[in-house]
Each structure stands twice: as structure tokens, then as C-alpha cells.
Design a protein around this ligand. Sequence first.
Ligand SMILES: *[C@@H]1O[C@H](CO)[C@@H](O)[C@H](O)[C@H]1NC(C)=O
Ligand SMILES: *[C@@H]1O[C@H](CO)[C@@H](O)[C@H](O)[C@H]1NC(C)=O
Ligand SMILES: *[C@@H]1O[C@H](CO)[C@@H](O)[C@H](O)[C@H]1NC(C)=O
Ligand SMILES: *[C@@H]1O[C@H](CO)[C@@H](O)[C@H](O)[C@H]1NC(C)=O
Length: 433
Amino acid sequence: MKYYPSSSSSSSFYYLVRERCLSKGRLSPFFMSFVLVTVIFLPFVFYSINPLNPISKHALDQRLPLFKPPPRIRFPGYDDVILNKCDLSKGHWVPDLHGSRYTNSSCTTIPDSKNCFRHGRGDRDFPNWRWKPEKCALPRFDPNTFLEFVKGKKLGFIGDSVARNHMESLLCLLSKVETPIDRYKDSEDRNRIWYFPNHDFTLIIIWTKFLVHDEERMINGSLSGTFNLYLDKIDEAWSKELPTLDYVIISDAHWFFRQVYLHDRSGVIGCVYCNAPNVTDYGVGFALKLALRSALKHINSCKNCKVRVTVVRTFSPAHFEDGGWNTGGRCNRTSPLSESQINMRGPEWQLRSLQLEEIEKARKEGGKLGKRFGVLDVTRAMMMRSDGHPGEFWGNKWMKGYNDCVHWCMPGPIDVWNDFLMAALIKEASFVS
Ligand SMILES: *[C@@H]1O[C@H](CO)[C@@H](O)[C@H](O)[C@H]1NC(C)=O
Ligand SMILES: *[C@@H]1O[C@H](CO)[C@@H](O)[C@H](O)[C@H]1NC(C)=O
Ligand SMILES: *[C@@H]1O[C@H](CO)[C@@H](O)[C@H](O)[C@H]1NC(C)=O
Ligand SMILES: *[C@@H]1O[C@H](CO)[C@@H](O)[C@H](O)[C@H]1NC(C)=O
């Protein structure tokens, strides 16, 4: 199947979303379409109304209170996970007789663009699958267990619109137990804070495109769609919030499929899609890897941070078939793909592998510091879920005819990310004592 069919044509949509990505046209068609496919929905969503130095151990011990698991709370069903008996990412989708755990009437916070049933999606089976790891059980997310676990704590999602999609899924799952108070929303609705008073739990989402500091280049007085990334500077949007967080979920990837110049202290060290004679194009993976490395290093070296568990979510694949995003590409399947139908040699899998390498490095470093790093390794599972995207059912007035094969319907397979999240938090927290 074709994930990223070639197409480099521009369209009125290009102007509509006010993005000037990669107009030089000298890039390979493959990468061009990969870029377009993966970035295109992001900007649109933001403009729409309803969006889409190591420290000494001694010093550390004094500063950080010891992690205490909530008293008398056990986590039934998670023994295999805690004992590391299996790789959660290896498994398959099995029909789930219980069906989806919320509906568009039980959850009032579903974003309109993810409310696929409301926009006419007719097939009903896609939410009724659960992820079954090969060698162990993965319990379904239980909102009571989760809320007890995070009682009195603050959890932050740090990332882009797919991170937002994940947070929205968590909100819906939690809303069965407690309706959160909407505490804060910025003018573009990119950053939000929700509060669950009965559990004194705060959920925050912090918008960041690249994790590190970025500046969009200006060409002749207008924004160019080309970004300078400063690998030695963390995006303040989240770094200033980090000291307040107990748990962190990091994910970012889609913005790296643009023309990007990478800077460190010494200056430009490389680029992505730049075609500049004296700068080396190292590709998306390189940029993604270095930005993630900077972010995780920052967490490990942050002296006034109390974050005990950081979880990184791996790459979430898009599924345009029979065309690119702007050439009629669609994702109208109604059941998951089988393992044999997914391409384990594609760019998604490479990105996921790079992410895992960086998490492993951070984990080693963090081990000396009492900081834990976990992974939500969702890439393989989601590669099979070409049926989980809104496709044409995202209610978009301005982009009729374009399919969203990047984000995920709610309810839908993205809810499984919270099954993974609960497991990752319980597993990592069990080590911090
Ligand atoms: C919920 O989904 C149904 C179809 O299942 C749709 O008719 C209805 O408009 C949706 N309701 C809301 C509030 O989104
Ligand atoms: C900037 O503007 C000048 C004069 O209008 C034009 O010649 C030049 O091509 C523009 N540069 C770019 C990169 O668009
Ligand atoms: C690359 O060459 C251009 C033009 O000679 C120059 O302006 C730019 O600073 C150079 N970039 C680097 C990283 O050396
Ligand atoms: C997807 O759309 C194409 C074109 O309209 C159609 O031929 C195909 O049968 C559809 N697939 C499903 C599963 O509905």
C-alpha cells in the first residue's frame, strides 16, 4: 500500500492555510509528499475555529522528595508490565466486546474535528478493538486507577496537535469519573489547563513545534515556512513550566518535515530539505533525534524540577492511500490492517527507532539521578490502524474534499495510547522509590 504517494503540486489549499512550506520544488517527490502529508493538517487546525550537567547525587537526594506510591493502591493486572515481561509494542488488535469507553454524548469535550460520527462516519466497528501484546496482558485504562495514581499531581503533555489529540482522548476517558474544570485556554487554544478538583489533579497541554527554540525565517518581510532550530536552547513554552510538573509526556515529530536549519552554539550544523550548497541535509530523523536529545537532557539536568517520570510517545503514522493529501489521498478502511500489510522498513519505523535510542540514552543518564524515562511505543500498533483517522469525516467547511489521515477519531484507536500510558507510568513509578 502507498503511504506517501508522490505529488509535488501546490494547490489553493496551500494558500488557504497560510503556509509556505517548501516551494522550491527541488526535493524528491517522495519526501515532498511525506512532508506535505504529515504537516498539512497541523497548520490548518490552528487557524480553524475549533482546532484541531549532571548533578551530584547528594544534592539531588536533598532536593527531591522520595517518590511514594499512593498508599494502599495496587495495580491489578500490571504485574507483567512492572516485571518487564513483555514488549507492549509487539502484539495485535483483537475485537473488544466492551466496545468504546465513551461516546460523543458521554464526553462533552471531544473536539469537533475528531467527532467522526457527528460528521457522518457510518462504520461503527473501528473503536471496538483492543491492543493485545503478544506476551502479556495490557489492562484497559481505568479512570479511577489513573486518578488515584495522579492524585495531587500535575501532568503535562508537551507537543503538537497529535499530542493534543492524545490529551483529548485522556480527558474523555477521565470524564466518566470526574468532569474537569476548564482552567485556562490561550487565544489560539493551543495551551490548556484542566483541573480535577476531587483528585486535585491538573492536566496541562503545552504547545511546542520542535521541543527546542525555533525562529521562523523571514523572507522579504513575510514568514517563509523555514525554521531555525536552536538545539542548545529549549523551547521556553515548556521549559518554564517544567518545574511545576510531576509527570511529563513528550511527543513531537510532524513539524520536522519542513525546511529547517539546525543551530548549535557554533552555528549552523546542518539542515533538513534546505538545498543549500554549504549546509548538509541530514534528513528529518537527524533533526528529530537531536531535538529530542536536547529536550531529554534538559529534563535530566533540570535542578529545580521534580518530574519523576517522563514518557516519550513514538511516531504516529499517517495513512493516505491512493494519493497524497492534496491529490485525493484517502483513508476509508473500516478494519485494521494485518501485520503483513504494514511496512516495517518505512520512514515511520526509522523515526521510531531513533526516538527509542534517545530515550535509552536519557534513561541511562536519568538512572543516576533518580529520574525515570518511559516510552509509549505506539508506532507499530498505529501503523495497522489506517481505519482510525477521520478521513473525510472531520467536519471541515474550508477544506471539503481533503481527508484528515493524520489525526485520529474519538472514540477510536488513539484511546489505546492511554492503556499504554497507564502501564508506562505504573512501570516507571515502580522503580522510583
Ligand atoms: C454523536 O454521534 C451521532 C451518531 O452516532 C450523531 O448523530 C450525533 O450528532 C453526535 N452527537 C454529538 C453531540 O456530537
Ligand atoms: C524579495 O523581493 C525582491 C524584490 O521584490 C525580489 O526580487 C526577490 O526575488 C524576493 N526574494 C524572495 C526570496 O522572494
Ligand atoms: C553558506 O553560504 C552563504 C552564501 O555564501 C552564506 O551566506 C552562509 O552564511 C553560508 N552558511 C554557512 C553555514 O556557512
Ligand atoms: C474507499 O473509497 C473508494 C473510492 O471511493 C472505494 O472504491 C472503496 O470501496 C472505499 N473503501 C471502503 C472500505 O469503503
